[in-house]
Design a protein around this ligand. Structure first.
Ligand code: HEC
Ligand SMILES: [Cu+2]
Length: 336
């Protein structure tokens, strides 16, 4: 009995955590703050309408129920002008109030913000690329943002339609090949936010995740400065293995190479996740990924490397883990 209660409690906690991860009411950013403001109004009017409609229906059904001594047809009533005017005017009023509030929120979230940090988001089957054109900086699958600084995202895709969605921060935006879509928001709470692809895009659509790491402004400034340096070489042999097997698809320059096929790995050592957010970043998961990515992600566009010797694999992992900037502890962030 106590065990069952404990299991239930854990389940509740797990659900609460999961719920929080995808909570669009979590006002982690300016966009969601507007949405969170709209919700109580919509709920309020919906509740009042529900009470009035369901209440009158219940009342009328009970009051005019058939009685044993009913023989003739009851009096037939056709139309009631006062009532009809009333039930036209009240909904019009409600619609106008909701329209006004929604228009205000829409204008607010779509207003261009001068001096906003620009980020170009590109969706690929099945991963995400993030480029800061003004900073000459590029990272994949994990997007690092400064707290309290407005950001303007330009979103596109290299293959099929994807959709960029971080429920804890803002609404969805489609990533459409050959087109650019826009979304703007200011992160208001530091943390590790979960992002999703919200448009069915192939066998691993559900495994096309990403993370948004909102860090204090000073930490972001340091990160940008440190990331300008060429990536360190933690293991010379590992680097050689990388050049021979991986460099055709993966860049490590932390900037935009001309033609990329796979995620930028120049900041890979700082990632909290692996395989576009699907598993935690550990050396074991990394080895399993390199040997057989398709085992973790069906339809993945990276070949496996089962032929690498244990020694080469270890060296490669050391090299990849070394591709990081110091002084950026992303694992300590609260998770939303
Ligand atoms: C043919 C191109 C190609 C080659 C060669 C290749 N990869 Fe990849 N790699 C990809 C693609 C595409 C992805 C993204 C897969 C996904 O998440 O859907 C990827 C993802 C990764 C990731 C996960 C990155 C992240 O942020 O989660 C790592 C790590 C990685 N590759 C390492 C390697 C290593 C090490 C090698 C060499 C042994 C290698 N890759 C060779 C195309 C390639
Ligand atoms: Cu997708």
């Amino acid at each position: 009995m106590r065990r069952a209660a404990l299991a239930l409690a854990f389940l509740g906690m797990a659900l609460a955590q999961e719920g929080h991860r995808v909570a669009i009411t979590h006002p982690g950013g300016s966009y969601n703050q507007e949405v969170a403001f709209l919700w109580p109004w919509v709920y309020f009017f919906s509740f009042v309408i529900f009470l009035v409609v369901a209440g009158s229906l219940a009342y009328v059904t009970w009051k005019f129920r058939a009685r044993p001594d009913d023989t003739a047809e009851p009096p037939q009533i056709h139309g009631n002008e006062r009532l009809e005017v009333l039930w036209t005017l009240i909904p019009i009023f409600i619609v106008l109030v909701l329209f006004g509030l929604t228009a205000k929120a829409l204008i607010q979230v779509n207003r261009p913000i001068p001096g906003a940090l620009k980020v170009e988001v590109t969706g690929y089957q099945f991963w995400w690329d993030f480029h800061y054109p003004e900073l000459g900086l590029r990272n994949s699958n994990e997007l690092i943002l400064p707290l309290g600084v407005p950001v303007e995202f330009t979103i596109t895709s290299k293959d099929v339609i994807h959709s960029f969605w971080v429920p804890g921060l803002a609404g969805k935006r489609d990533a459409i090949p050959g087109q650019k879509t826009l979304i703007r928001f200011t992160p208001k709470e530091p943390g590790n936010y979960y992002g999703f692809c919200a448009e069915l895009c192939g066998p691993s659509h559900a495994r096309m995740l990403f993370r948004v790491l909102v860090v204090p402004k000073e930490a972001f400034g340091r990160f940008v400065e440190e990331a300008k340096a060429p990536p360190p070489v933690a293991d010379a042999r590992g680097r050689q293995v990388f050049q021979q097997n991986c460099a055709a698809c993966h860049g490590v320059a932390r900037s935009v190479p001309p033609a990329v096929i796979g995620p930028e790995l120049g900041l890979f050592g700082n990632r909290t996740s692996l395989g576009a957010g699907i598993v935690d970043h550990t050396p074991e998961n990394l080895k399993a990924w390199i040997k057989n990515p398709a085992g973790m992600k069906p339809g993945v566009k990276m070949p496996g490397f089962p032929q690498l010797s244990e020694g080469d694999l270890d060296a490669l992992v050391r090299y990849l883990e070394g591709l990081r900037v110091a002084g950026l502890d992303l694992k300590a962030l609260p998770r939303f």
